[in-house]
Design a protein around this ligand. Structure first.
Ligand code: ZN
Ligand code: ZN
Ligand code: ZN
Length: 162
């Protein structure tokens, strides 16, 4: 299942997306011996509430509705776990988090970030990654497994802007 945020139809079976994301997470954690605790799993579901980025405080607000002891460190620790496990990407420029469609393989994710509506689309193109890795290696620079964020306007916003 590939997600291209800006092209995602507005109406689709999103419950299936969430189910798929959680099932992949359970499988991946099982394979790697990682402990997907109930709170981590719940935070993952909240991140997957939409295909867009979500801030830590929004996640906390959501979690607080269900759990009395939901404190910021709980959310941050869960997010750290999910990011380290490759299940969630951190979008630095928006200070937000987004579920990864293709967890389970190490990738330097590339994101197209719309500066108007903050919609984010993930491009997972190994060719792009390879080109970047080769260039940086040639310059003696070692890239860390982080993400690359490219700013611009999504299709819809570009249309409005004319
Ligand atoms: Zn969906
Ligand atoms: Zn990803
Ligand atoms: Zn936009």
């Amino acid at each position: 299942m590939t997600r291209t945020g800006t092209e995602k139809p507005a109406v689709h079976d999103h419950a299936a997306c969430v189910e798929h994301a959680v099932a992949s997470a359970v499988a991946l954690c099982g394979r790697q011996g990682l402990n997907l605790t109930p709170v981590r799993r719940r935070v993952l579901e909240i991140v997957w509430r939409s295909h867009g980025p979500i801030g830590a405080y929004q996640i906390l607000a959501e979690l607080s509705k269900e759990r009395e002891k939901a404190a910021p460190p709980t959310v941050y620790r869960a997010l750290e776990f999910l990011v380290d496990a490759g299940l969630v990407h951190r979008i630095d420029s928006l200070n937000a988090f987004m579920g990864c469609d293709e967890p389970g393989h190490a990738h330097v994710a590339q994101f197209l970030v719309c500066r108007a509506c903050h919609r984010v689309a993930e491009i997972d193109d190994p060719a792009l990654h390879r080109a970047l890795a080769e260039k940086s290696r040639a310059m003696g620079f070692r890239i860390e497994p982080t993400s690359l964020e490219i700013k611009g306007l999504c299709g819809e916003c570009a249309e409005v802007a004319g």
